[in-house]
Design a protein around this ligand. Structure first.
Ligand SMILES: Nc1ncnc2c1ncn2[C@@H]1O[C@H](COP(=O)(O)OP(=O)(O)OP(=O)(O)O)[C@@H](O)[C@H]1O
Length: 646
């Protein structure tokens, strides 16, 4: 196992997750469908707890405006947003058996396998091998038919090995053509059959549907929750009394027809997202609470570092990263900090988290800067939260398409007086000369940036004539403008209101990926007795908070057991009773370790009647009190106290 993968006993974890019904493949008895999962009671409770903490941390603490918008989305919306054209991955096919691959994943897996083979060969020859390239277990690596094909000990030329490492460090930066070239150059084939694969073609990831009985209104299942938030921007701004900046938020399902779903919950076709759209003034992307996060130290992997073929992050405070321009602005930096705090609060391991900046080609079509919170798992570094600066892209395209204003109007403290070069047409000559081209040419001249207009004016003054070229209009082509057709001059304007389209900073959380990564970070196997699997969740996250179990199946424990469970549950504390008489108390503790239940109350003749502790468990769960506090403050009372007393 290479250095960029977390070493855990995954088979044991996977069997635990199935056995204790965290989640399981959907439609299993029909054979299942790749990339679709059902959550069981344990996984559902865990997911709900993560979402509640997310709501507390973001929606409530930051006073965000939470919405819940439609999943089914008319095609026109997603055409305008660019998803119909551009929300795609590159796919290639085995030329003989038709097996389909996501092109970047295939290239990555094959090249990784070759580097591992190289490391094996070098090790066998007694060479020193860099830690990152060294397979942890040679025998396993050889036997293991990996996604990239069996690892064969074959030494690569030094320069080739170096180049492969550099390609892998920036694999997300290759487009279809680039991936096609890599496939040809390195003779990348289907690892299982050895057959050649086709050149990559684009595959749109959205699930298509039709709305209504006529089948004429095309729709898609949304691939992100963001669009609903953008379309409601004006209503939200009004709800916020026209005050900027503000953020909306939504938790809900999204759908992506992934080419090759894999790695359990990490790449699925239906998943829960929690997204924030923070609307901010483009001229001033400050955040009022930036100071609260500026001293947090984070591990950053900037684009410049990746382009050098390096994978080692830098550790830096958020304040410094923004000051040095590594993170573009304070709002983006603020959210990197808040994401960090959230992931720490749920129990992600600090050393297994980094923020990686997107490379230029990797960036979604709407983004101008993007940092991913990546968490190290046994599958490698996984993007769990994307934090993108979507600029004014979405509001602008929707406003242009619908002709609805999606902007902020702010009364200026002082009126703004300024001179600007404008073009006015001489109607008597302009229309008759240009005929049907008159309108598009006029629009062109009126919307031209001032510097361009100045150039046209210079030409008119010098030659009496200027030529312009239109495209995308009903009168495309070259048109001549003469001096008598227009007058270009400076005019004075006074503005009382500033109108602008906000920029959007979008932290976007994949709840399933976070949940799975957290499970890996909370998982261990006790070496002492029978290799028992243990999950150690923080109390606020744990699916069940308290285990109640009788010391034995003595009849006198039944009532206190029931009473304690009832009291805990009515106080909002999910508690499970494990009174299976057949299992020893040790066995019962062990099987609840598998659920990550943080507290246990054993009912014996003493504790069954101590009602004080019951109330305290609630504080424990919220994190206000620790178990040590409880044991320090309260002595377990004797059997004389009545079970029904508070
Ligand atoms: N197929 C998926 N399965 C599970 N979670 C996903 C999937 N696609 C995206 N996510 C989650 O949604 C978040 C935001 O989505 P975003 O569009 O930024 O992902 P992405 O960059 O397309 O992901 P990737 O590059 O891994 O396909 C991701 O950080 C991730 O946690």
């Amino acid at each position: 196992m290479s250095d960029n993968k977390l070493a855990i006993d995954r088979p044991t974890l996977e069997s635990l997750l199935l056995k204790r019904f965290f989640y399981a493949p959907s439609f299993g008895i029909y054979g299942g469908v790749a990339g679709l999962y059902d959550f069981g009671p344990t996984g559902t409770a865990l997911q709900q707890n993560l979402i509640s903490m997310w709501r507390q941390h973001f929606v409530i603490e930051e006073d965000m405006l939470e919405v819940d918008c439609s999943i089914m989305t008319p095609a026109e919306v997603l055409k305008t947003s660019g998803h119909v054209e551009k929300f795609a991955d590159w796919m290639c096919k085995d030329t003989k058996n038709g097996e389909i691959f996501r092109a970047d994943h295939l290239v990555e897996a094959v090249l990784e396998a070759r580097l591992e083979g190289d490391a094996l060969a070098r090790k066998a020859a007694g060479e020193q091998v860099a830690e990152a390239a060294k397979p942890a277990d040679d025998k396993k690596a050889k036997k293991n038919k990996k996604k990239g094909g069996p690892v064969v000990a074959t030494k690569l030329d030094d320069a080739v090995a170096e180049e492969l490492r550099s390609i892998l460090a920036q694999i997300d930066n290759y487009d279809g053509q680039g991936l096609g070239e890599l496939i040809k150059r390195f003779d990348i084939r289907n690892p299982t059959t050895g057959n050649e694969v086709t050149a990559p073609v684009e595959f749109n990831l959205m699930f298509e549907s039709s709305i209504g009985p006529t089948g004429q209104l095309k729709g898609y299942l949304r691939p992100e929750t963001a669009q609903g938030q953008f379309l409601n921007f004006s209503r939200l701004l009004e709800f916020n009394n026209q005050k900027m900046p503000f953020a909306s938020a939504m938790v809900g399902r999204s759908f992506r027809n992934e080419i090759s779903p894999r790695s359990g919950l990490l790449r699925v076709r239906e998943f829960t997202m929690a997204e924030i759209e923070h609307f901010v003034d483009p001229q001033d992307k400050i955040h009022p609470r930036f100071d609260e996060v500026k001293d947090i130290k984070v591990r950053l992997l900037p684009g410049t570092v990746q382009l050098e073929g390096k994978t080692e992050p830098i550790t830096i405070t958020i304040g410094e990263a923004v000051a040095q321009g590594i993170i573009d602005n304070k709002t983006l930096g603020y959210f990197v900090g808040r994401i960090y705090l959230f992931l720490m609060a749920i129990g992600i391991n600090h050393d297994l988290l980094r923020f990686r900046q997107h490379l230029q080609n990797e960036m979604a079509h709407y983004a101008c800067d993007c940092w991913d919170a990546e968490i190290k798992t046994s599958y490698g570094w996984i993007e769990c939260v994307g934090c993108a600066d979507r600029s004014a892209y979405d509001l602008t395209v929707h406003a242009n398409k619908t002709k609805e204003k999606m902007c902020v109007r702010e009364t200026l403290p002082e009126p703004l007086v300024y001179d600007k070069l404008v073009c006015e047409t001489n109607k008597k000559v302009f229309g008759p000369t240009l005929k049907k081209a008159a309108k598009p040419v006029q629009t062109y001249l009126e919307t031209l940036p001032e510097a361009e207009l100045a150039k046209i004016n210079e030409q008119l003054l010098a030659d009496g004539l200027a030529k312009i070229t239109l495209s995308g209009t009903i009168a495309d082509g070259e048109h001549a403008i003469t001096k008598d057709m227009v007058e270009i001059s400076k005019k004075t304007f006074t503005e009382h209101v500033r109108e602008y389209t906000p920029n959007v900073i979008e932290p976007s959380f994949g709840i399933g990926r976070i949940l799975y990564s957290l499970i890996e970070h909370s998982f261990s196997v006790r070496a002492d007795d029978e290799q028992r699997a243990v999950l150690s969740f923080k109390p606020a996250v744990a699916p069940f908070k308290c285990l109640i179990l009788p010391l034995s199946n003595h009849a006198s424990f039944e009532k206190p057991l029931r009473d304690i469970a009832r009291r805990l549950r009515s106080n909002g504390v999910p508690a499970r009773v494990d009174d299976a008489a057949s299992a020893s108390i040790g066995r019962r503790y062990a099987r609840n370790d598998e659920l990550g239940t943080p507290f246990a109350i054993t009912v014996d003749f003493q504790t069954a009647q101590d009602q004080t502790i019951i109330v305290l468990v609630k504080d424990l769960v919220s994190g206000d009190t620790t178990w040590d506090d409880v044991l320090g403050k309260y002595e377990l009372v004797d059997t004389a106290a009545g079970a029904d007393e508070e």
